[in-house]
Write a protein that binds this ligand. Sequence first.
Ligand code: LMR
Length: 325
Amino acid sequence: MKLKHLLLAPLLALGLGAQAAPMVIKFSHVVADSTPKGQAALKFKELAEKKLPGKVQVQVFPNSQLFGDGKEMEALALGDVQLIAPSLSKFGKYTKQLGVFDLPFLFDDIQAVDRFQQSKEGLAMLSSMEKKGITGLGYLHNGMKQLSANKSLSNPGDAKGLKFRIQQSDVLEAQFRAVGSNPQKLAFSEVYQALQTGVVDGQENTWSNIYSKKFHEVQKFIMESNHGLVDYMVIANTKWWSGLPADIRKGLGEAMTEAIKFGNEAAFNESASFRSKVIADNKAKVLPMTKEQLAAWRKAMAPVWKQFEGEIGADLIAAAQKANK
Ligand code: LMR
């Protein structure tokens, strides 16, 4: 045997010549694959594995399959999942600032939300939770929320005494209290059953979430209120993210930027078609709202702004308002 082979043999026996197994990256979320978030997660998998061949393997878990609301943040902290994209309404334990996104009737439309997120103030919030172990990799859109219930809600007084499912947000709780209804914080995976069994009378969500989770099949009316939004921050565990080899972090960062762009385009372009599908199903009646009706809702919910101004920050609220044109 040649000397070279004699030296290589023990190395090969130790497996040092073999390629290392790819790093497994779990991306967990609570919605359907067809929604903007579902599509962005799958796009991220495709791009990350293409940019870092053999180095990473991305596993996407939709529909609360791996972790639902309430568990996913904890799982991220423990390293049981590497990427999640909770709704901006679900960060109350970590920062009060993101409550700005829940203020009722603040943003005129999703384009205004986008302008605010990309402003100096919006971008600063991505890194505002790093001391708590959360790194924001970007904002991802879903869309504006519509109100649904088993009763037509033309005027804010119609909501009095009704039970509404809300996300984990004190601002959203105050929003429904302002119109005399009873908000109940429930995980997204529990909403359909809660509506079906009458545990709650109504809820608020985007067209893609309503359609993909069939909420319109267990609600009589959907009011086109566009009174708030469901958007997301894609986050990673700070220690994990900053500890990644530089080439991997770079590749994943680029893949995420492109995936978010892809998801945002889906959010911009497909909201109307999800709305049409809800209407075509003819299960819940979709009710447009007049300017006067919307003004009455806006007025009834306006005290929520003052109530949370202290903890969100008046300057941040002003910056968000500036994003409306
Ligand atoms: C909800 O809980 O209604 C939403 O945050 C779900 C989601 O992730 O879109």
